[in-house]
Design a protein around this ligand. Sequence first.
Ligand code: AHG
Ligand code: MN
Ligand code: MN
Length: 375
Amino acid sequence: MDKNTTTPPLITIERHIFEQQRRFPQATGTFTKLLQDMALAAKIIATETTRAGLTNILGSAGSDNVFGERQQKLDLFADKIIYEMNDHTGRVAAMASEEHEGIIEIPPHYGTGNYVLLFDPLDGSSNIDVNTSIGTIFSVHRKFTRDAHGTMEDMLQEGKRLVASGYVIYGSSTMMVYTTGQGVHGFTLDPAIGEFILSHPDIKIPPKPLYYSCNQGYEKYWTPGVRRFVKWLQGIEGKGHTPMGHRYIGSMVGDFHRNLLKGGIFFYPGELQDKKKPYGKIRLMFEAQALAFVAEQAGGYASDGVGDILEIRPHSLHQRVPIFMGNTELVKKAEEYIHNYDQEWLSYYLPHRRKGTELDDLATNAKESRPNKKK
Ligand code: AHG
Ligand code: MN
Ligand code: MN
């Protein structure tokens, strides 16, 4: 080979994951293979999303998920593929999906491993029928209970304990973006060879943000602080601030991805419309934690308006959480407005947020008060 060649090496996702693993001599390779399984699932889902109009897979499946949300055929297809790529490998102890109420167990005839996998198989599914970007979101926690099968405790871990997370965006091209806590790396699927090729190494959110993304149509339901914050983004409130552009697709993966590369903030705030549901729409375990980890690793920040999303103690699998994520100074500004103007909303939201901590305390107390078993 000519050593003077200037062509950069073609780095496939497999090679990249493998090279990251080599930095940890104690690594067994299981985790590396788990990420490769996700990449394979992504390729299969991408094949269908790009041919959806041709394969009778557009539209509603005629069923609702357990939360009454209409399931699209592609939602169910993606859910099945991710499950099938991971059920038999012996790498995963349990899975959980936005489309299922409880834990998805590994069939008894297959082995189990040290990780639990959580996913939103298709994000932005209301956009499937109109040929707009959609995505898949995934995250991996290490199983810490002794049970060979993953338990709810293994699932409900804080985001700061994630070992990996990422997303796939099915857009003008298909990209997989992931982090294992060593920066954020993006790979573009080359359809000619069917491989994800490193195209965006070590992504960092640009310091000068361009866009804010939210469903402004729901402003009526927002809190006073969030309304003021948006006026600030628009340069109406505060001094000398150039207005930012507003862009919103309604696919969080798409909106987040654009803002990750261009700089900006995505938010889906808490609301006051129903005081029993002050937390907005986005799911902590299937959507928020995963993207918060990516945002943090790209030099940004994700908050629920009160504090770091990655520090929230989860209390249920389908828990919803307000989310503000992107450039750190914008997210901090949102927190400031909420702190200054949203005391009423906080009085409804904080008990909901604390529930995880209280459950944790209960569990610890229960363990401590349990009579000592034979050692
Ligand atoms: P999903 O398709 O997985 O249910 O998620 C949709 C989410 C998210 O992707 C998006 O940001 C948001 O819903 C859009 O909601 P609105 O239509 O309320 O803006
Ligand atoms: Mn989603
Ligand atoms: Mn979904």
